[in-house]
Design a protein around this ligand. Sequence first.
Ligand code: S3P
Length: 444
Amino acid sequence: MSTAAPSSPSGGISRPTSLGGVLSVPGDKSISHRSMILNAIAHGGALVQGLSSGDDVISTMRCLQAMGVSIEPAGAPGSYTVRGQGPQLTEPEDILDAGNSGTSMRLLSGILASQSFVSVITGDGSLRSRPMQRIVQPLKQMGAQILGRQDDSLAPLVVRGGSLQGIEYDLPMASAQVKSAIMLAGLSASGDTVIHQPALSRDHTERMVLAMGGKIEKNDLDLVIHPAELNAVDITVPGDISSAAFWMVAGLCHPNARILIQSVGLNPSRTGIVDVLQAMGAGDSLQLVDQRTEGGEPVADILVTSTELHGVEIGGDMIPRMLDEVPILAVAACFATGNTVIRDAAELRVKETDRIATTVEELTRLGAKIEPREDGMIIRGRQAGASELTGADCESHGDHRLAMSMAVAGLLASGETTVHGAADTSVSYPAFWQDLDLLLEEAR
Ligand code: S3P
């Protein structure tokens, strides 16, 4: 086994003799976006603490500031005061830029749909290639006028907002972004909005709207959103389980690891990765310590230690509960015994990259036995006769989660791995490489 190697974006990554330490991951990205957006359209001021420092959340903040919302740093890192404008924002002077962030574009479109002005929202090359028909269609049905490239299906989007009517809508996919866009529009509509979900996706919008005095009825997978004006609330954002997942897999799969990840959000609509790792045999090597409720969301510290995982078959309702964690789960599957089959995850094809294609391509460079399927992948794990992964040069494809997944694969593989595009981690986890260094310090 090699000793720890430099882990900076420019250096190679290799397997350290041990991996250990205590760290905190960035604030949950989904909750961070919503804490800004919902407080911006609420009445009153709010203090948000623990906000994600990732580029995606900064994109949301800049768009809101461009529409007259005052968002100011409030001392400690990650602390901001937001001054709510109420449901009507100010016409932006320029094009709104959502950067790489699908959540910014889709949720903000739900707000733009009811504004008394015309706005244009765009993003980077990845975001401009991602499907927007899924929000354009229901928002048009509610009365907004929206134009976009390719028959109104791609950004930039031009939104002429106006008065909206509530609709009854069968959500074609279990998407929290689409659900939230419709819910945000529904808050300003006349009449109720009913959404039928095909499966449960993350429910942070529902929780926050309720905490702000809005009225949403939930009946299994059906939601009824009543028009409402919101009152600002202070929010403490928990750590992002999607960021913690990288260290969970690193700790479980490395032969000599002990990692404590502090204050991670454990909303049940997000804990699919914990359930799947348990189904792979994590047992006591993945412990939720000091479980508590903070700011209306369940939170715990996560303690991971080395173990042997085995392959698993996943699909169905589990997928929306861990969709963003599939690339890092694929890394875990390479180090598990037996095969892992991932189904019903075609939504991965329309993320920041086509994550089925990019995960397969990059893990293959390290020698993984991984095959793409239209809606998922099959990974052959450690089997008699099969060799472990070997470090190689790999690419982020501009995708933050792929960059971090490949870094973890590099920590577990023999030889040296270089991740090109390492700086892309800043989209959700700007301190990723520093935290990786922290875990390596024990081995130095
Ligand atoms: C998110 C929802 C998910 C997820 C994304 C964040 C959110 O996307 O992949 O990273 O904050 O609502 P979909 O809802 O489109 O599946």
